[in-house]
Design a protein around this ligand. Sequence first.
Ligand SMILES: *[C@@H]1O[C@H](CO)[C@@H](O)[C@H](O)[C@H]1NC(C)=O
Length: 329
Amino acid sequence: MRESFLSRRTVRRLRQLLICTAGSIKIKLVLCCCIAFTVIALLSRASGFTGWTNRSVALERLSIPRKGYAIVMNTWKRYDLLKQSISHYSSCPGLESIHIVWSEPSPPSSSLKKFLNHIVQSNSGHERQVELKFDINKEDSLNNRFKEIKDLMTDAVFSIDDDVIFSCSSVEFAFNVWRSAPDTMVGFLPRIHWVDQSKGNNDYYIYGGWWSVWWTGAYSMVLSKAAFFHKKYFSLYTNDMSTSVREYVTKNRNCEDIAMSFLVANASGAPPIWVKGNIYEIGSTGISSMGGHSERRTQCVNRFVAEFGRMPLIPTTVKVVDTRNVWFW
Ligand SMILES: *[C@@H]1O[C@H](CO)[C@@H](O)[C@H](O)[C@H]1NC(C)=O
């Protein structure tokens, strides 16, 4: 009797123990999964910076086109920024030439020219020689950045400000996206326009900055501060677009990028393309990231709608990402 009672108790104990172990196995499994997931997530993040080079190098070898792109850089009296960004971009493999848009009253000093030429030469490597040119302008106008460039070797133009740096792989990736859609603008900094419903009719618009895009995921422009487009738009902007748009830009010292977005959308009938890229802002933040600025931008949008006779911008929610940096889909 006693023995059997004991054994029954032992069995119950054993069973409890088993249940306990089974429970802890479950917990351990869950923990293991958590840890594995974290490790994979960390690895896929780290892959942007360190390892997995074979994966990215392989594609780069495949995809370097014989005809690359030209950089058109807008600059204004910030020589250290200029030096920094030229020395960065001149090391990007698909780059063919750099054109510095110079609108200052006095021409670039010979020491600056010498310094930049030296940087570009030493970064170019053996197989290719990147060309560096200054496009000197007499008049100081934001339209200068879209002037036609004589003997531009490439169709693709990467328009960039001197105070933003994108990694070479981001730039080359955006260039590849542009090659899939050469009539539209491909860039890193999206913006949006809204119909202002409070005005009663549907033909008053509001300019939406980065937070509007962040909140809704929609955009209808990419800023020419960092964007690819076809060189044909230089001549359209300078020769075919109405003079009053260019005059408005010069007078207000603003909105040349909105004008270019209107022009490209009107000509292509297509929305721009937003590409994910890593940005390093090296200058102090400009007016574009501050408040109060969007009021003037809204005025520009409505003014240009009147000039174009319609709203050419087309909203979209497409965002292009590099598959090499994404591990789950
Ligand atoms: C907009 O596009 C139309 C049709 O392609 C063209 O006729 C017109 O000149 C363009 N407008 C501007 C301001 O470029």
